[in-house]
Every structure is written in structure tokens, then in C-alpha cells.
Design a protein around this ligand. Structure first.
Ligand code: GDP
Length: 487
């Protein structure tokens, strides 16, 4: 009996408390079942309603996803712009959300997780734009179906949709093609533009009345580069369900990210070989993400910000600067080992910190080893090996016991969320020489920041959005004060 108990518990752990569906071929995606073994911090348990919602969502995806009759009908309906495809709206029981992915990997992952939550809340099939390596980096998250938008998608120019696209929801409102207070004919599709340059009309997406209109549109194509989830928490119509699915609000990305993003076997090899070689046997792992930009010189002030942060917050021991420690232990002492995993496009910061711990003893006698898997020098687009390294480093950072991130970076946001770690976030710097004081602070939660929220949108006078006032659990971010996050 106790053996059965143990087996049941082990299988629950492997599936992250029921978050993941069983029944995938393990060899084709080793990270899916092995990641639990690499996480010292097991993370949060998903709620029972979230687990059952995911299973129902997987059913929807199987029933309506690519390859089904319903999908063909809906695509036909879209191709003819609503003029054909099985009476009325194509396949009334199946509606779709195509999510455009672009920019850096962190942005793409946050955008995809946001789209997934919106799709779940509105019972839409999620189809992810396969460009930008999204089809290559990650395994299929949904059993017996696909999350990838087929290459035969009839809106062939969808990757060029932008703020000016006539079919955007915002532009249709502007041109009175659609009005939220008049139920009537809705188009076969709408483009939802939630990018940094979105207009006031685009922002009406975050209003209840507009969500009621959008509900009737069979196809939505969404572009965002942000984590729009805190914005969804501002809507009344989703409130009840969100409360039920996420009783612990700060775990939204934690669960969605762990559900969706399983690196492929090649990337998992990068993660596990590095972890086993450099991090596995150490007692404490500290991850440090130093976000720099290609053309930037090496900045002593940024190095100082990092070391001040780790010192002030007691994350790493100080070093003795004046000579060697006087009391040399007679026998080899039991010393605590700390491994620092650094991620950065440049190697200079890592070399400096590594030298510091080689050239000087620590005041505590602890040993500090410093590691950085790659230094790609500048950000690249459309390079598979570059993205694979970025993905591996995000995962390695997420395996840290403590994490220091660079403010405003989606790369760090993803690492903290996957790891279930509330980071110390370094403040964004005013210029290349100033060291912010304090250099960093303990963040409010592991959730990513929504850096471009619909701040002054009042939903046509029906509501004002004032972070922290309207909804107490949506607060201004420490690192990006004009952004909001779940706390
Ligand atoms: P953000 O720009 O900081 O919000 O993060 P993104 O992940 O969206 O975009 C930054 C991109 O630059 C990454 O996806 C990588 O391609 C590259 N990059 C930035 N920092 C690192 C790093 O520490 N390691 C690696 N391998 N790539 C990085």
C-alpha cells in the first residue's frame, strides 16, 4: 500500500501535480518528464480547477484543431471572409486564436503564455505562429493535436499585421465597422493589436463590452510582445474564473509556462549537461542575468550594480581585500560551496566576478565558482543555435535557488516564472555611469511585469484603471513603474 502511495506521489510530481497530461512519448521530449528531477524547488501546485480546465482545453484542441473537419470548415469560412463554410459561422462550436510571435525569445514566450490564457478563458483553440523558431525550440504541449498554426493558413500576410491593419479591432471601431453596443454582423476575423504602439481603440480589448463583441468573432489574430495577463485580471467578465483557476494569483505564468514550454531534446541536452557538470553538486545556486546590448561597451558601473546587489542582499559572500585570511585552518574544513550561473551576451562581467573570487578569499570561507554557458555578443534574429542557447540559459537560470535579474527584461521574467523564484531585480539605469541606489530590490512576486498596460483607458467612461486601486492585486512594478503585475 505504501509502495502504491509512493508511486502515485512520484507520478504526480513527474506531472507537476497534474498540470501535465500523461501519455506523451517520453523519448521524443525528455524535458517534459525530466524537468521535475532537476528542480530543487518543486514549485507551486496547480489548483484542481486549473487541472480540469486544462484537460477540457486539450479536448477542445483535439476536437477543433488542425486536421479536424471543424477546422477545415472554419478555415473555409475565413478564406471566403464569412461567405461559405457550413451555415453561419463555419464551425459554431470552434473558435480560434492565432498568436503572432516575434522579437526576442522572452517576449515570444510571454506573448504565447498570455495568448494561451486568453484562449482558455474564451474557449478558443490556440494556434501559435511557427515562425521565429517557435516550432523548433519547444515540444508540442497538447496531446494528440497541435498548437502550431498550419503553413496553409489563409491569411497569408498575417505576420505583417500592424497598428494600421484595416481589420484590426481598434481600426474597425474607429471606422464604425463594428460597434460594441450594437450586436449584429461580425466579421470572420479580427486582428487584435496589443503591441507597444497600440491605440486607445486597440486598448478597448481590455473592456468587458468589447470582449462580448470579440466573443462572436470566429477567428482572432493577436499580436503582442508583452505579458498582457495582468490586463485580463482587470476585466470583470473573467474575474470569477481567474479567481477559481488561480487562487494563488502570483503563479499564473509559473503554471502556464511549465505547461506550455518544454524545450526540445537538443536544448534539454544543453541544459542537463551544463547543470550536471557545473551546478548539480553545489549547495547553493545563484543565477545572475546581466542584460546588455550588442553595441554597449563593458560598463564598470553595471558590474558594480551586480556586486553591490549580491552583497547588500546577502546573496554572495564578500571577499577579503587586504591579503590572505590570517587563521589558516589546519585541516580541510567543511565549507559551503556556492555556484553562480551567469547569463549575458558579454563575458566581461562574468570574467570580473570569477577573478574576484579566485584572487580573494571570502569572509565566510565559502567557495564561489562562477559559470557562464555562452556569450553571444549581440542579439540575433532567426538563428536556431542562438535561440537554442538563449532557451537553455533561461532554463538554467530557472533552476537557481536565488535569482538576480535585470529590470524590464522578459528573458529574466521567464526564468523567474518557470523557476517559481521571486527574484531580486536590478533597477533600470538612467545612464551608463550611474549605479542606482539601492542597486536592486526583492521583487513583489515571481510574475512577469506587463510593461505597457492600458493605463489611461477608461472603457468609454465606465471604468478607470488605476493600478492597485481598482484591483488591489494588480500593482505597479518595481523595475518598470509604469507597468503592472500580479502580486
Ligand atoms: P529582453 O529583450 O531582455 O526582454 O529579452 P528577450 O529574450 O525577449 O530578447 C533578448 C534576446 O537577446 C534573447 O532572446 C537572446 O536572443 C538574446 N540574449 C539576451 N541576453 C542573453 C543571454 O544572457 N544569453 C543568451 N544566450 N542570449 C541572450
Amino acid at each position: 500500500d505504501s509502495m502504491l502511495h509512493w508511486l502515485a506521489a512520484a507520478s504526480r510530481d513527474r506531472l507537476l501535480g497534474g498540470l501535465l497530461a500523461d501519455g506523451f512519448d517520453e523519448g521524443s521530449c525528455r524535458s517534459r518528464y525530466q524537468s521535475a528531477m532537476y528542480r530543487r524547488n518543486a514549485g507551486k501546485e496547480p489548483s484542481a480547477p486549473l487541472v480540469s480546465k486544462l484537460r477540457r482545453y486539450e479536448d477542445l484542441q483535439r476536437r477543433c484543431g488542425p486536421g479536424t473537419v471543424a477546422y477545415s470548415k472554419s478555415v473555409e469560412y475565413l478564406r471566403s471572409r464569412g461567405k461559405s463554410g457550413g451555415g453561419g459561422i463555419g464551425s459554431p462550436e470552434c473558435r480560434y486564436l492565432a498568436s503572432i510571435s516575434y522579437r526576442g525569445l522572452g517576449n515570444r514566450m510571454l506573448a504565447t503564455a498570455s495568448a494561451f490564457l486568453y484562449a482558455m478563458l474564451t474557449d478558443r483553440v490556440l494556434l501559435v505562429d511557427p515562425s521565429n523558431e517557435m516550432d523548433e525550440l519547444f515540444c508540442e504541449p497538447f496531446p494528440d493535436t497541435t498548437w502550431l498554426l498550419p503553413r496553409t493558413f489563409p491569411l497569408t500576410n498575417y505576420t505583417t499585421f500592424n497598428v494600421d491593419t484595416a481589420e484590426s479591432y481598434g481600426n474597425m471601431l474607429k471606422n464604425n465597422t463594428i460597434t460594441p453596443d450594437r450586436a449584429g454582423d461580425v466579421p470572420a476575423f479580427a486582428y487584435v493589436h496589443l503591441d507597444h504602439d497600440y491605440t486607445m481603440q486597440d486598448k478597448f480589448f481590455f473592456c468587458d463590452d468589447d470582449q462580448r463583441v470579440l466573443q462572436n468573432i470566429p477567428w482572432l489574430v493577436m499580436r503582442t510582445d508583452s505579458y498582457i495577463v495582468p490586463g485580463l485580471f482587470l476585466l470583470t467578465i473573467f474575474q470569477e474564473e481567474l479567481d477559481m483557476l488561480f487562487p494563488d494569483r502570483v503563479t499564473v505564468f509559473h503554471h502556464l509556462g511549465r505547461y506550455l514550454f518544454h524545450p526540445n531534446n537538443q536544448i534539454w541536452g544543453l541544459v542537463t549537461r551544463y547543470y550536471d557538470a557545473y551546478l548539480a553538486t553545489t549547495q547553493q545556486r545563484v543565477g545572475i542575468q546581466v542584460r546588455v546590448f550588442g553595441a554597449q561597451p563593458n560598463l564598470p558601473s553595471l558590474l558594480e550594480q551586480v556586486t553591490k546587489c549580491t552583497k547588500n542582499e546577502n546573496l554572495l559572500p564578500e571577499v577579503i581585500t587586504g591579503g590572505e585570511p590570517v587563521l589558516a585552518p589546519t585541516s580541510r574544513p567543511r565549507i559551503k560551496s556556492i555556484a553562480v550561473l551567469m547569463a549575458s551576451l558579454k563575458s566581461w562581467y562574468y570574467e570580473q566576478i570569477k577573478s574576484m573570487y579566485w584572487e580573494h578569499a571570502t569572509v565566510t570561507g565559502e567557495t564561489v565558482s562562477v559559470h557562464q554557458p555562452s556569450h553571444e555578443e549581440y542579439q540575433r534574429f532567426g538563428s536556431r543555435s542562438h535561440d537554442a542557447k538563449a532557451c537553455a540559459e533561461i532554463y538554467l537560470l530557472s533552476l537557481s535557488d536565488a535569482l538576480v535579474t535585470s529590470g524590464g527584461s522578459t528573458f529574466g521574467y521567464v526564468a523567474q516564472g518557470l523557476g517559481g523564484v521571486t527574484p531580486w531585480v536590478m533597477y533600470i539605469r538612467a545612464n551608463d555611469t550611474a549605479v542606482p541606489n539601492p542597486p536592486c530590490c526583492r521583487d513583489m512576486s515571481m510574475e512577469p511585469c506587463f510593461v505597457k498596460p492600458p493605463a489611461f483607458n477608461d472603457c468609454r467612461g465606465k471604468r478607470t484603471i488605476n493600478p492597485g486601486k481598482v484591483v488591489p492585486h494588480v500593482q505597479s512594478c518595481h523595475d518598470v513603474p509604469w507597468g503592472v503585475k500580479l502580486v
